[in-house]
Design a binder for this molecule. Structure first.
Ligand code: NDP
Ligand code: MG
Length: 339
């Protein structure tokens, strides 16, 4: 039976015994730091002095320090800067401040699993990975709930690493809903696969292919946008709450019959074998090597692909429609000037 930790299983006060440095004040840095502070955590934010994050974090009343000083001060160092930058920052500003009994923490296993960061003996290596963007980590906490998190222990020197990870996870709100234990390998590989094959890569390619098919057949791009993009959220909300069955229950028989007969035709064994190839490249490290080379080599291809994606017709149509209708303005979680 799956073990799900909730507040009742967790020593929630444990985390208050430690000095915590949150390195970075981006999406996760903001969400986790705000919640930890409200839960009584003793934290500072490690930043680039006078950078955008330094200013934002101080605006929220946090104490900030240069990353090196924060790493020296802290017992727990939670690294919340982009994955492709972590190894460099670790090597130059964090590694020399790691001593026996400190906890090095992550919200994604990428750098540890692929050996880009190799902490010294005696350091505890743990993960608390909220299964949501940082702004949602915050908004769910303030609503009295919390987002689910994964915890993992790569190295346990002090003997209480799992308890510390659970206490941290509870402090960011995840004990309200549920915390699952995994490994760095499993979290890293399944996370990459999910975002590449289904959630981000698969989904946006599916939307664009559907949009192009309708537009090329002479239908209005506005209609195409509504049918293949806007309504996706409504369908996903149903799946999120009650699974594919509740979604089927709610849609018309016509839509359900079309789903059951056409879905499998589209996403067939060929697509599945491509998914297997994507997973192979994640497992054998090819994807990680490619990503790091791209990011360290000026990101030319990445920037080109991003620009192509932003210039797709669906983006212009969507922008125009969203400015006319008001569904996306209410309760907006992201305000780029503040968080
Ligand atoms: P962000 O991209 O939001 O991080 C931005 C932060 O990194 C800013 O504080 C920025 O500071 C700092 N930063 C960027 N470059 C440098 C640098 N060279 N030196 C020092 N600081 C730098 O990160 P995320 O929150 O998206 O991701 C953090 C971790 O959390 C990653 O491991 C990610 O995989 C994981 N994660 C992210 C999720 C998400 O939804 N975003 C979900 C679950 C896990 P400045 O303002 O000075 O530029
Ligand atoms: Mg993910």
């Amino acid at each position: 039976m799956l073990k799900v930790y909730t507040n009742a299983d967790i020593n929630r006060d444990l985390i208050k015994n430690y000095k915590i440095a949150i390195i970075g004040f981006g999406s996760q840095g903001y969400g986790q730091a705000m919640n930890l502070r409200d839960s009584g955590g003793n934290i500072v934010i490690g930043v680039r002095p006078e950078g955008a994050s330094d200013i934002k974090a101080r605006d929220y009343g946090f104490k900030t320090m240069p990353i090196e000083d924060a790493a020296e001060w802290a017992d727990i160092i939670q690294i919340l800067i982009p994955d492709e930058i972590q190894a460099k920052v670790y090597k130059e500003q964090i590694a020399q401040h790691l001593c026996e009994g400190k906890y090095l923490m992550f919200s994604h296993g990428f750098n540890i699993h692929y050996g880009l960061i190799n902490p010294p003996e005696g350091v505890n290596v743990i993960m608390v990975a909220p299964k949501a963007p940082g702004h949602t980590v915050r908004s769910e906490y303030t609503a009295g709930r919390g987002v689910p998190s994964l915890v993992a222990v790569q190295k346990d020197f002090s003997g209480n690493s799992l308890d510390v990870a659970l206490s941290y996870a509870a402090a960011i709100g995840s004990g309200e809903t549920g915390i699952l234990e995994t490994s760095f390998r499993e979290e890293t590989e399944t996370d990459l696969f999910g975002e590449q094959a289904v959630l981000c890569g698969g989904c946006s390619a599916l939307i664009k292919a559907g949009f192009d098919t309708l537009v090329e057949a002479g239908y209005s791009p506005y209609m195409a946008y509504f049918e293949v993009c806007h309504e996706l959220k409504l369908i996903v909300d149903l799946i999120y709450q009650g699974g594919i069955s509740d979604m089927h229950y709610s849609i018309s028989n016509n839509a359900e019959y079309g789903d059951l007969t056409r879905g499998k035709f589209l996403i067939d064994e060929d697509v599945k074998s491509k998914m297997k190839k994507i997973l192979d490249d994640i497992q054998n490290g090819k994807y990680a090597t490619e990503f790091m080379q791209e990011m360290n080599g000026g990101s030319r291809n990445f920037k080109k692909l991003r620009e192509e994606s932003e210039n797709h017709q669906i983006e212009k149509i969507g922008k125009e429609l969203r400015s006319i209708f008001n569904w996306s303005k209410e309760g907006k979680l992201v305000d780029r000037s503040k968080n």
